[in-house]
Design a protein around this ligand. Structure first.
Ligand code: NAD
Ligand code: TYD
Length: 340
C-alpha cells in the first residue's frame, strides 16, 4: 500500500506517520508538506532513513507538484495539510482559503485523475460551529462554521463530498475534536500554557475561561484514521472524540498544579472574536460501526503530555524563535499589556 500523507510534518500528521509506520512496516509513505511555520521535520527524525519513507517539500495547491507525486503512484491519500490555527485565521484569512479550500480541490482532482482507492479528508468538529449547554455534534449536524479557519475547513469538506457525489471518488471525511500530545506547536492552548508556565510567563485566557473543548490524545485520533482508511464505508463522515469535555480554566489549572506553578500566572485577556462556546462530539458512529475506542483518558494523557514537554524543552525553545516571536507580539502584545 502506498499512502500519500499531506501535512505530515505538522502535529497530527507526524504523529500519524510514526504510528502508521509502526503498525504497517511494509507500507510506503510519501509525506508531502510545504513546511510552513507549523511544519517540523525534526518530528520525523526516527524514520528519515527508512526506505519506505519519502519526504517531498511541496504545496498542496501547486498542481504541477501534486501531479508529479501522483505520477509515481498513490493508493490512498490522507489529507492533513492545512492552516490550522483559529487566531491566525482572524489575522490572515486568505492563506486559509488557499490551502484548506483550493489545496484540497487540487488534491481531489489529482486523486480523481489518477484513480486512488480512497481519499481521507482530516477535518474538524469546528465545522459544526458552537453548541449551547446541552447536546453533541453528530455527523448530521448542520455545518455552521464561525471562524475563517472553520469556514475554510467546511469548504474543503463540501468539495470532498461533491467529488464523491459527482465523480464517484471514494472518500471519507473525519471530524475530530481538539487534539493534544507530543509535537503540538506551542501556539495552541495546551503547549502554549505548558511552555509559558515553565518560563513563569503570564498565561492568556480568553474571555471568562469557561469555553469548553472536547480533548482527545493524538494517538487515539491516529488509530481512528487507521480504522477509517481500512474499514470506513465509502462516502461516509465519521466524528471522532473521547467524551472529555473540559473548560479552558480547568485545563490551565490542571497544568499549573502538575507543574507546581501558581495560579497567579493566569491573566484574563480580551476574548477571541467569534469564539465558539462549546464543542462536544458524539462518537457513537465510529464506535459502533468500526469498533474504535480511545486508549487514553484525559487524566493520564495530560500528564504524559506535560512530561513530554518537560523532556523536550529543546524542541519547543528552538521553535520559539524568529517568525513565531513576531506572531506572539501581534497576537498577545496588546492583550497582555506589553509594548507592541
Ligand atoms: P499543524 O498546523 O500542526 O500542521 C499542518 C501541517 O500542514 C504543517 O506541517 C504545515 O507545514 C502543512 N501545510 C500547511 N499548508 C500547506 C500546504 N499548502 N501544502 C502542504 N503542506 C501544508 O496542524 P495539525 O494540528 O497537525 O492539524 C492537522 C489536520 O488536522 C488539519 O487539517 C486540521 O484541520 C485537522 N484537525 C486538527 C485538530 C487539532 O486539534 N489540532 C483537530 C481536528 C482536526
Ligand atoms: P486552541 O488551542 O486555539 O484550539 P481551538 O480554538 O481550535 O479550539 O484553543 C483552545 C481553547 O483555548 C479555545 O477556547 C481558545 C482558548 N485559548 C485561550 O484562552 N488562550 C489562548 O492563548 C489560546 C491560544 C486559546
Amino acid at each position: 500500500m502506498k499512502l500519500l500523507v499531506t501535512g505530515g510534518a505538522g502535529f497530527i500528521g507526524s504523529n500519524f506517520i510514526l504510528y502508521i509506520m509502526q503498525q504497517y512496516p511494509d507500507y510506503q509513505i510519501v509525506n508531502m508538506d510545504s513546511l510552513t511555520y507549523a511544519g517540523n521535520l525534526e518530528n520525523l527524525k526516527s524514520v528519515e532513513g527508512n526506505p519506505n519513507y519519502t519526504f517531498v517539500q511541496a504545496d498542496i495547491a501547486d498542481k504541477q507538484a501534486v501531479d508529479a507525486i501522483f505520477q509515481q503512484g498513490v493508493d490512498v491519500v490522507v489529507n492533513f495539510a492545512a492552516e490550522s490555527h483559529v487566531d491566525r485565521s482572524i489575522l490572515e484569512p486568505e492563506i486559509f482559503v488557499n490551502t484548506n479550500v483550493l489545496g484540497t480541490q487540487v488534491l481531489l482532482d489529482a486523486s480523481k485523475n489518477y484513480g486512488v482507492t480512497k481519499f481521507v479528508q482530516v477535518s474538524t468538529d469546528e465545522v459544526y460551529g458552537t453548541l449551547g449547554e446541552t447536546g453533541l455534534f453528530s455527523e448530521t449536524t448542520l455545518l455552521a462554521p464561525n471562524s475563517p479557519y472553520s469556514a475554510s475547513k467546511a469548504g474543503g469538506d463540501l468539495l470532498v463530498r461533491a467529488y464523491h457525489e459527482t465523480f464517484g471518488l471514494p472518500v471519507n471525511i473525519t471530524r475530530c475534536s481538539n487534539n493534544y500530545g507530543p509535537y503540538q506547536f506551542p501556539e495552541k492552548l495546551i503547549p502554549l500554557i505548558i511552555s509559558r508556565a515553565l518560563n513563569d510567563e503570564s498565561l492568556p485566557i480568553y474571555g471568562d475561561g469557561l469555553n469548553i473543548r472536547d480533548w482527545l490524545y493524538v494517538e487515539d485520533h491516529c488509530s481512528a484514521i487507521d480504522l477509517v482508511i481500512h474499514q470506513g464505508k465509502i462516502g461516509e463522515v465519521y466524528n471522532i472524540g473521547g467524551n472529555n469535555e473540559r473548560t479552558n480554566l480547568h485545563i490551565v489549572t490542571t497544568i499549573l498544579e502538575e507543574l507546581g506553578k501558581p495560579e497567579s500566572l493566569i491573566t484574563f485577556v480580551a476574548d477571541r472574536p467569534g469564539h465558539d462556546r462549546r464543542y462536544g462530539i458524539d462518537p457513537s458512529k465510529i464506535t459502533n460501526e468500526l469498533g474504535w475506542k480511545p486508549r487514553h483518558n484525559f487524566e493520564t494523557g495530560i500528564k504524559e503530555t506535560i512530561r513530554w514537554y518537560l523532556n523536550h524543552k529543546d524542541w519547543w525553545t528552538r521553535i520559539q524563535s524568529g517568525a513565531y516571536r513576531e506572531y506572539m507580539t501581534q497576537q498577545y502584545g496588546k492583550r497582555l499589556g506589553e509594548p507592541e
